[in-house]
Write a protein that binds this ligand. Sequence first.
Ligand code: ATP
Ligand code: MG
Length: 578
Amino acid sequence: MTDSARDKVNPSAGSLPSNFIRNMIARDLATSKHGGRVHTRFPPEPNGYLHIGHAKSICLNFGVAAENDGSCNLRFDDTNPAKESQEFVDAIKENITWLGFHWSGPVRFSSSYFDQLYDFARQLIERDKAFVCSLSAEQAREYRGTLTEPGRDSPDRGRATADNLALFARMKAGEFADGSYSLRAKIDMASPNINMRDPVLYRIRHLSHHQTGDTWCIYPTYDYTHCISDAIENITHSLCTLEFEDHRPLYDWILANLDKEALTAASDLGASTDPYVLPEQTEFAKLKLNYTVMGKRKLKDMVDNRVVTGWDDPRMPTLAGLRRRGFTPTAIRNFCESVGVSRSDSVVDMGMLEHAIREDLDRTAPRVMCVLNPLRVELRDFDEGHEEVLQMAKHPKDEAMGRRSVPLGREVFIDRADFAENPPPGFKRLVPGGEVRLRGAYVIRCEEVLKDADGTIQGLICSVDLATLGKRPEGRKVKGVVHWVSAAHGIPVKVRLYDRLFNVENPEAKDVDYLECLNPDSLLQLDGAIVEPSALAQGAATSFQFEREGYFCLDSADSSASIPVFNRTITLRDSWSA
Ligand code: ATP
Ligand code: MG
């Protein structure tokens, strides 16, 4: 391919790192396989909220489509009504939109192909490629054999076609109880690949479905449904995770054993695709992240058992949780890009995800001052009722963000941690008789420490060097700079300091009970913090760097006008890496 041809098919290819999927797609485009089309799909099962692992698949599927001027469908893979619900459908759609991706055409549901899937199943029966089996689940397991032993044919394998068709129709009509019959492919019980040993295509389940209601009491399996749905939607590249590698022969077998003309007729593009090339499955490694659990079952258990406050608890690795925590779509997309796509499993360090959000917020978050554990300081050189308004940059490296007004009165709060009566060696902040600069304002000296009867420090009285606003103090060096908020102007807020939910690297390890590895310090709520007014001004951003403390965002669920709640998105520096 010439450079200009490459530019055409993949406008951003030059700037993106290659991976085996991008390379494969470039090759397919170069040979005009699939008629030069790139059409992917993201196929979530609506049985839980999306997590950061799904984000990798979303970025990959929507990403390669966009890079190549192609399309990506959103298809709910909803063949198991027992665990699925509309709540999950809605949350998943919202998450994808939030991440900044747009699916092609309407939202799809595998369940909307149930009629076609049923017709194709009849076709397999007619072609002697499927049969109705009466083995119970337990018997079927016995007949299946093991990795080292071949399986045995079901006694029903030789049933006549007409009888199979009649029984399958009666299964659909609701004449039989759950588990009494199944429809199975007729492949090879001696296959070394257990997925090919006459796998089940349909099972009876008398269950209501969130999309189809009570229309169906037989439901197709994932393997049977997925490949046909891909074909119907004219998917070119069906990207999935590695655990489906052993299912690929079945994916191909089902499509190969159906009538190609019927498949073409059922497809979105109809008979116009000539030559019609069947979709192809390609597997990539799942994203695994340390210090977290990602299995939907465990996430759901944590929600159901109130280990967390919900799917959107800011400590959850769900997209809803990360969003509420203050993660941005940009950070998540950058993270997914930096993780890359490969065919071998590996565990990514949580520090990489945290780095991605720090990097994005460092660039975009306006700076404000918030005192988390306030200590009252009286500035004795100011009059009662003193008020001045200082102009400070919203961002030290981005002039364009403009300035903010920071009021200063006779009393300010500084953080208790920024004062020490008996300072440890190297302590650079305020000590009795010592000096420190109030960030963006004056140098102050601690003249007096006020204590209550128990000896607890209640406040400080400080003098102000009035000549030091925007100037160095004369004749001495003042090293420490502390953040502060004017007592008369600051706004009381609640602050939630979030940290990693687990304190071991692999809470999902086999010999570990993940509930025993919860980090007891994953949430610390501070009720008495004070933030400068600009953070809550009309039209203000919702994510900030609280100077010297970290990145914080306004909590979308629990904040109210009377008590704003800020979540710590991430600390300024990584405190976990050794
Ligand atoms: P879980 O194992 O958490 O239940 P799942 O794979 O069953 O997840 P689906 O809803 O079927 O969840 O996933 C939708 C798509 O996202 C699938 O194509 C799946 O392969 C992909 N996916 C799921 N988890 C990850 C992950 N950790 N990394 C990358 N892709 C993933
Ligand atoms: Mg799945």
